[in-house]
Design a protein around this ligand. Structure first.
Ligand SMILES: NC(=O)C[C@H](N)C(=O)O
Length: 322
């Protein structure tokens, strides 16, 4: 292979793309990482920092991955990460927040395992590698490629528990890869925006998520707030809550971020009834903009770990530059 051949780092972390039925008959478990099919003229180096089902992945693993990618970026042109789909969007967003956009990083996974007829692992992996190596991908930072669609780490979300097209998210893919007889065709529909990185030395803060529902009177709120350094609430609609939550939020001195449990759309503090978004924001709550609750949690975790206070946290969420 010529010395000028592109260098790709392939990082395996587990998930269904590495899974098979376990020999003890208990069900699927991560075992062997997938092989990258049909990519000629590329020098591929493989790494496996851990081999986990993605429900076992924590922010500490995400940080470990960010550090590894930071090291590999010095002598690789692009990075692909295989990952379980359940928390893939969280790892993608964490990497998006921590890594400079100059490093092309593409995450992918599969919804079917290697012993199923419709295994989607090899196709997704090849797509991810080709997107990562595509010159137009440079400067976009971590992306997710699944089913030929290319997603922004901020907006991508798992939208189906079992379908092969498991990823979506408002306002949809930012690009697409298709295979043609002439080779892969990658098209982008959006241009990247400049953004800062958030890189604390340690992840030593605790952020919990509470999920709002009709009739919630704040059960669990005080306990969560006493344990945590900040809370995210998956609130109703544009960021509204039952009236009982208003005095609880008013009395909180720790950051309380409002996301929505609705699958798309921003937090807008417009309603003035007790518990309406306008009253919650006046009481100190911080709107999460378009981020879902689990991504807002990661941003809040990084900001608190950087030592930011409530007003600086509010400013970062309000500016929306992340
Ligand atoms: N399709 C998958 O990868 C789901 C699996 N439970 C995981 O996230 O590890």
């Amino acid at each position: 292979m010529p010395a000028s051949a592109p260098r790709l780092a392939l990082i395996h972390t587990g998930g269904t793309i590495a899974s098979r039925p376990s020999p003890d008959g208990r069900g699927l478990t991560p075992q062997t990482p997938p092989e990258l099919p049909g990519l000629e003229g590329v020098r591929v180096s493989e790494f496996q920092p851990f081999n986990l089902p993605s429900p076992h992945v924590t922010p500490a693993h995400m940080r470990q991955l960010a550090q590894l990618i930071g090291e590999l970026a010095a002598d690789h042109d692009a990075v692909v990460v295989t990952h379980g789909t359940d928390t893939l969007e969280e790892t993608a967003f964490f990497l998006h927040l921590c890594l400079p956009a100059a490093v092309p990083v593409v995450l992918t996974g599969s919804m079917r395992h290697a012993e199923e007829v419709s295994w989607d692992g090899p196709g997704n992996l090849l797509d991810a590698a080709q997107v990562a190596l595509c010159p137009d991908t440079a400067g976009r930072g971590p992306l997710v490629v699944f089913g030929g669609d290319i997603f922004d780490a901020r907006t991508v979300t798992k939208v189906h528990t079992s379908a092969v097209d498991a990823f979506g998210g408002y306002p949809g893919p930012i690009g697409r890869i298709d295979r043609t007889p002439a080779g892969p065709q990658v098209r982008y529909f959006a241009t990247p925006e400049p953004r800062p990185t958030f890189r604390p030395d340690t992840l030593d803060r605790r952020v919990e998520i509470l999920y709002a529902y009709a009739g919630w009177q704040g059960e669990g709120y005080a306990e969560a707030l006493s344990r945590a350094d900040g809370l995210v609430i998956a609130a109703l609609g544009t960021g509204n809550l039952p009236p009982e939550l208003l005095p609880l939020i008013e009395a909180s001195d720790k950051p309380v971020v409002l996301a929505t449990r609705t699958h798309a759309g921003p937090i807008l503090p417009v309603y003035g009834y007790a518990g309406g978004g306008a009253t919650l924001v006046a009481a100190g709550a911080i709107p999460a903009s378009f981020l879902n609750a689990h991504k807002a949690r990661l941003l809040l975790l990084l900001l608190l770990s950087l030592g930011l206070g409530r007003e600086d946290v509010r400013r970062v969420f309000a500016e929306g530059v992340f």
